[in-house]
Structures are given as structure tokens and as C-alpha cells.
Design a protein around this ligand. Structure first.
Ligand code: ADP
Ligand code: MG
Length: 250
């Protein structure tokens, strides 16, 4: 004959409540020692299961985000880049901009931390279970092009529109054909005032018509991107070559 404790263990295992099974003994001990009520005991026990579920959920959201690395804001050295307002970045990390469907544009030369900052904000969003996706502009265009050839551009555009936060990295590193710029515009237009987008670029807005090789389209894209946006212009040295610069000073 099983005693009740063994029966409970068996029930929890049957229900696949692994954490509750594992922590049952310890919670019973704690409950007896501290004279916890039945309800408080159950809360404590179920919290173990919930904590692990949450962790798994966060883990999978971050995975889905397809970030280039897992660098978070704690790894960003604000002292190295004094043109960046730390308070402003903290505000982005709080995700307030998502509530207002606002965009963020990081503008600046190579190596100043644009991708790092965009990724940090993206990871913060994913951790809060916001559907987030990171993609390089070039890859995005290639994917849209392929979809168009395969007659499923509409589906692909809808796919990229569904993310609450989309990060499009490296606009302007490679020129975009006018035909492809149209698809890019479609995506920006579909997300406009509905979803937030973070863009990074090394090209001043004035020169975006060269990137998209069509002045009207470039203006239409900029219009929608910048209407509700914060532009963070970063001026400074590349973090990638900082150690080389240091050596030269010595
Ligand atoms: P960008 O996208 O502007 O070209 P990245 O964000 O890719 O630059 O930064 C280049 C490298 O330097 C990355 O490894 C990034 O994590 C690191 N980095 C850049 N700026 C900083 C900083 N201020 N503090 C810490 N690491 C930084
Ligand atoms: Mg970058």
C-alpha cells in the first residue's frame, strides 16, 4: 500500500510537474517548520514549477529573436562612448517605446555600438516575452526577394509584420535595388504606427536615396520610419579598434 505522500509524488509525476515533484519534500519540511497554511504551502510549491516555466519561455523567446550575440546592456561601456545618453538607453530598455509603437534609429560609423545597443534592447524585450526578431537588412531583402520569386511575398511580409519588435541592422552597408526597395517600403508601411522597429545605419538620412536608389521611395521610407522615432546619433571611436588606438598612444 502506498502512503499519501507516495501517492502525491506519483500524481505530480503523472501530471508532469517535475519541479513540484523535486521540491515536494523540502516544501513539506519548510511548511511544517514555519507552520505555513495549506494555501501558502501550495503557493510555494507551485512557484517552483512556474519559475522554471518562465525561464524556459524566456529562453525560447530569446532564441526566436535570432540575435547575433547575447550581449546585454550591462556589458556596454558608456564611458567609452560619451555621446550616448545612458538615461535614454535605460528608457529604451524599459520598453516604454513599444507601448507607443515608436521606432529607434541608431546612426553612426562602424564599431560605435549600434548593433550591441539594438541587440540589448531586443533581448530585454524578448525576456519580457515580446515577440522580437533581429535581421540584417541585406538578409531581409534577400528573403523578401526569394519570397517574391516563389510567389509568397505577401505571406513573408505578414510574417515580418507580426513581430512586436523588429530590428533591422546595417541599413546602407550594401546598396538596395529600387525594385527591392519597394518591398522594404511595403514592410515599413505595414508596420507603421502598429509595431516598433529598431534600425541601425551608418548612412545619414540625406543619403538614403542613394541606398535605396530611388528618391521618392527613400523619402517615403524615411517619412514612416522617422514620424514616431528617436534618432540616436553616435559620434565616437570604434570599440573594435580601441585597443589598437591605445597602443598607438603609448
Ligand atoms: P556597430 O554596430 O556600431 O558597428 P557593434 O555594436 O557591432 O558596432 O560594436 C562592435 C563591437 O564592439 C561589438 O563586439 C560590441 O559588443 C563592442 N562594443 C561597441 N561599443 C561598446 C561599448 N561602448 N562597450 C562595450 N562594448 C562595445
Ligand atoms: Mg553593426
Amino acid at each position: 500500500m502506498k502512503n499519501s505522500y507516495q501517492q502525491l509524488i506519483q500524481n505530480l509525476e503523472y501530471l508532469k510537474l517535475k519541479q513540484m515533484t523535486q521540491h515536494l519534500g523540502e516544501v513539506v519540511d519548510f511548511s511544517i517548520k514555519n507552520e505555513l497554511s495549506f494555501i501558502d504551502t501550495l503557493v510555494k510549491l507551485t512557484n517552483y514549477e512556474i519559475d522554471v516555466k518562465e525561464q524556459n519561455m524566456i529562453h525560447s523567446m530569446v532564441k526566436v529573436g535570432a540575435f547575433p550575440h547575447r550581449k546585454e546592456i550591462t556589458e556596454f561601456d558608456f564611458e567609452f562612448q560619451p555621446s550616448i545618453n545612458k538615461q535614454q538607453i535605460s528608457d529604451f530598455i524599459s520598453l516604454r517605446f513599444l507601448e507607443a509603437q515608436e521606432n529607434i534609429v541608431f546612426l553612426g560609423p562602424s564599431g560605435v555600438g549600434k548593433t550591441h545597443l539594438a541587440t540589448s534592447i531586443g533581448i530585454a524585450a524578448a525576456k519580457k516575452r515580446t515577440s522580437t526578431y533581429f535581421i540584417k537588412c541585406h538578409d531581409l531583402i534577400q528573403n523578401l526577394k526569394r519570397a517574391k520569386i516563389e510567389n509568397r511575398l505577401e505571406v513573408r511580409l505578414k510574417h515580418y509584420t507580426k513581430y512586436r519588435l523588429l530590428i533591422i541592422d546595417e541599413i546602407g552597408y550594401l546598396p538596395i535595388e529600387a525594385e527591392d526597395a519597394k518591398m522594404f517600403f511595403q514592410l515599413i508601411d505595414m508596420r507603421y504606427e502598429k509595431k516598433s522597429t529598431i534600425l541601425t545605419t551608418n548612412i545619414n538620412f540625406k543619403a538614403w536615396d542613394e541606398v535605396f536608389q530611388d528618391t521618392k521611395l527613400a523619402n517615403a521610407i524615411l517619412d514612416r520610419v522617422l514620424h514616431h522615432a528617436t534618432v540616436v546619433s553616435i559620434v565616437g571611436q570604434s570599440y573594435r579598434i580601441k585597443d589598437h588606438l591605445k597602443k598607438e598612444d603609448e
